[in-house]
Write a protein that binds this ligand. Structure first.
Ligand SMILES: O=P(O)(O)OC[C@H]1O[C@H](O[C@H]2O[C@H](CO)[C@@H](O)[C@H](O)[C@H]2O)[C@H](O)[C@@H](O)[C@@H]1O
Length: 316
């Protein structure tokens, strides 16, 4: 195995950035807080039909060391349930759709799992989208290979998200091992034309090389509901991670308006110092407050949920 760096490792990036470039990066990431600038947001969505898109980890649930313990805090689910009762709501996540359903536990929302590669509508809008069905054997083989390559690294974890894989290193205690993990995974992906890798929060996200991402999933859901080209529809996407940037772009490039909100607590040296979001929130607690505020103003926007979809968006 060659030892050349194929990707910046976490430790190297922290060390390589001076405090002033850190300040620059933080400044570039700065966006107005969505609670403090509520009046502005209210005017943007005035009389429009809000459609809510929510990332899960770091947005609805706090980031924790163990991925299978990433529960929402008490209080988030009832607010989310209220939001879903007045706004068409979708969870868009790197987790598998079934896993995130187990965390969220609501039946009247859309679930877009594996970075949007698998979408399932709620019971009254039973649309489905499956972008990577035949990729499962390839991902299983990739998991086996990566385990054999990474086995000596203490604390790594490969999470099976059905149509994507998450190689976690939050619990790898040694920075040289983190760097080695980055190198091994990037070198492997360089030999696997059917896979792409993206960095997340102490995780490398591997997914099939399909021209599809969270932004595509958001657009697919809007189109499946016949809401894609309507000027009276205002989608809002809340997310904290690099993979959410594709969805922020989808909001920004929408001719009829839309808004991305970046959830970020503090400067993260592993994150690119740019975002396509328009506003920010500090953490899931603020997300909960924002959702509650949105619900309490539901009367001032056209809050009626979209009518059940016909078979139009059903690709199953
Ligand atoms: O798209 P998301 O819903 O944000 O999912 C992205 C990944 O989130 C999870 O990993 C992150 O959260 C974990 C729990 O807090 C944390 O331990 C990890 O370090 C984070 O990267 C999830 O485990 C992954 O499968 C998702 O792809």
């Amino acid at each position: 195995m060659a030892t050349a760096m194929t990707a910046p490792a976490a430790g190297a990036m922290v060390e390589g950035r001076s405090s002033s470039s850190r300040d620059d990066a933080a400044a570039r990431l700065h966006k107005d807080n969505a609670i403090e600038h509520w009046a502005k947001i209210k005017s943007l969505m005035d009389k429009k039909q809000v459609v809510l898109f929510l990332d899960y980890d770091g947005t609805l649930s706090p980031i924790v060391d163990q991925p299978d313990k990433a529960f929402m805090k008490e209080g988030m689910r009832p607010v989310l349930a209220q939001a879903a009762s007045v706004f068409t709501t979708a969870i868009v996540t790197g987790r598998s759709k079934d896993k995130v359903y187990n965390f969220v536990g609501l039946d009247d929302v859309f679930y877009a799992g594996s970075h949007g590669l698998e979408i399932q509508g709620p019971l009254d809008r039973p649309v489905k989208c499956q972008m990577a069905e035949d990729m499962r054997p390839m991902l299983e083989a990739t998991t086996d290979t990566l385990h054999s390559l990474l086995g000596h690294i203490q604390g790594y974890e490969i999470e099976d998200n059905k149509f994507s894989l998450s190689v976690h290193y939050r619990q790898v205690p040694s920075p040289p091992h983190v760097e080695e993990l980055h190198n091994i995974v990037h070198e492997y992906v360089a030999t696997a034309p059917e896979i792409v890798v993206k960095a997340g929060k102490k995780v490398l996200e591997l997914r099939p090389k399909v021209d599809w991402h969270k932004g595509s999933a958001v657009n697919w859901i809007l189109d499946a509901l016949d809401l894609g080209n309507r000027s009276d529809v205002f989608p809002i996407y809340l997310g904290d991670d690099i993979t959410d940037e594709d969805a922020f772009v989808a909001m920004e490039t929408r001719a009829c308006g839309g808004m991305g909100i970046l959830v970020k607590e503090k400067f993260d040296p592993e994150r690119p110092p740019e975002t396509n979001a328009s506003f920010s929130l500090r953490n899931p607690d603020e997300v909960q407050t924002f959702l509650a505020t949105l619900v309490s103003h539901a009367g001032t926007v056209t809050s009626a949920k979209a009518p059940p979809a016909t078979a139009a968006g059903d690709t199953s």
